[in-house]
Design a protein around this ligand. Structure first.
Ligand code: F6R
Ligand code: MG
Ligand code: MG
Length: 374
């Protein structure tokens, strides 16, 4: 048995160019320089989706490693300095604390990490999304690992036929639970159909082998106030008893509605786009997802392959644009605007306070009106 490899994807928004739309090339350059100085990374790749910098790193130190997290933190700090010099928008916005305490989780950046034994051939896809929240992965992960209409391997590949284990996190109660599929499929759906609260953290084969993992940090829960959207990442291993690359990409052909978009307070379609087209524009969106494919060879990241650049996703983009038109036509009305408890911004308490004296109990009002009529 070989030495295990860890794939860590750590992301943060430390300054937008222009507004919240993209990352300035100088920040990506700076991030590359910082990771390049590391003595322990086997390999790394720096990229961005919209205004988020993604550090994709391989190493032998395992998940939740203090040195790896410190490296990511220091890299984001260095990028913040570069962002401040250029007066980029919201410089340092995702770094919630000044003092790093050994684990980057809970400090603002999003983290998805998995440790595994590198297979004879190791195809992986790193999904990265902007202007949305961690629950955005629930629908595609469910389709990839549990829906035979998406993944024919569940039906006809003897190595997949037994199904997968889903680990779900309750982000409000801070609890986790595992479901075995297909037999607990209906139970799973009760929870993951509510992606604002329950998120699929990881998927495993029945023997415990990790198949997929996502970032589940909710920035607004961490900071206790609006500080930006979570803009999650997700790693999926493919092939040989796991969903094929095409089965992993397939759910994104039907752009599902996710929470996020303008001011983190709207519902809109998740549009699959090429790396080049990953910068949200219209109404700060629509929310976007990119898919970077890598073959891992002795820890080296061979790639990336820009999967959603393919013309086969043109139809999904057109559909997403149509849905975006319809949702925008609803303006400030739900379900385009999120429900009150899900919005990142709200003026409700301020307006309520200003109007508090004008609110009277409905019954009293009716009684007063009846008296006036007498
Ligand atoms: C959503 C997002 C943007 C901003 C919007 C307002 O996640 O990042 O839609 O919420 O551009 O930004 P501020 O309040 O910084 O002017
Ligand atoms: Mg931003
Ligand atoms: Mg973002």
């Amino acid at each position: 048995m070989g030495e295990k490899l860890t794939l860590s994807v750590i992301k943060a928004d430390v300054g937008g160019y222009v507004g919240h739309s993209s990352v300035h090339p100088k920040l990506l350059e700076k991030a590359g320089e910082c990771l390049g100085e590391s003595k322990f990374l086997v390999d790394y790749h720096v990229t961005h989706v919209g205004d988020d910098i993604n550090l994709i790193m391989t190493h032998r130190k395992g998940v939740d490693n203090a040195e790896v997290h410190q490296l990511a933190w220091d890299t984001f700090l260095a990028c913040t300095e570069a962002a401040k010099e250029l007066k980029l928008y919201g410089a340092g916005q995702d770094l919630l604390s000044d003092a790093f305490s050994g684990n980057i989780k809970g400090m603002g950046p999003g983290v998805a990490e998995m440790e595994f034994e590198e297979r004879g051939s190791e195809p992986v896809i790193v999904f990265m999304a902007d202007k949305t929240e961690p629950g955005a992965w629930n629908y595609p992960l469910y389709k990839m690992f549990a829906d035979p209409f998406n993944t024919i391997g569940l039906v006809i590949d003897p190595n997949m036929h037994e199904g997968f284990i889903f680990e779900v996190h309750d982000l409000i109660e801070n609890k986790k639970v595992k479901f075995s599929l297909p037999e607990e499929l209906y139970d799973l759906l009760v929870f993951i159909g509510a992606p604002g609260r329950f998120c699929i953290k990881s998927v495993y084969k029945r023997d415990g082998t990790i198949a997929a993992t996502s970032s589940t940090e909710k920035l607004n829960f961490l900071a206790g106030q609006y500080v930006g959207k979570d803009d999650p990442v997700c790693i999926v291993r493919c092939q040989s008893g796991l969903p094929a690359v095409g089965e992993v990409l397939e759910p994104f052909a039907n752009p599902h509605l996710v929470s996020g978009w303008m001011r983190g307070s709207h519902s809109g379609p998740l549009m699959p786009v090429s790396f080049e087209n990953s910068n949200p524009t219209r109404f700060d969106g629509p929310p976007r997802v990119i898919a970077a494919g890598f073959q891992i060879a002795n820890g080296k990241l061979i790639g990336p392959q820009d999967f959603f650049a393919d013309v086969a996703y043109d139809g999904a983009r057109q559909k997403a644009n149509k849905i975006a038109n319809y949702m925008r036509s609803l303006g400030p009305f739900e379900p385009h605007r999120l429900s009150l408890d899900e919005m990142e911004y709200t003026t409700l308490p301020i307006v309520l306070k200003r109007l508090q004296d004008r609110f009277v109990p409905i019954e009293e009002d009716e009684a007063a009106a009846a008296k006036d009529e007498e």
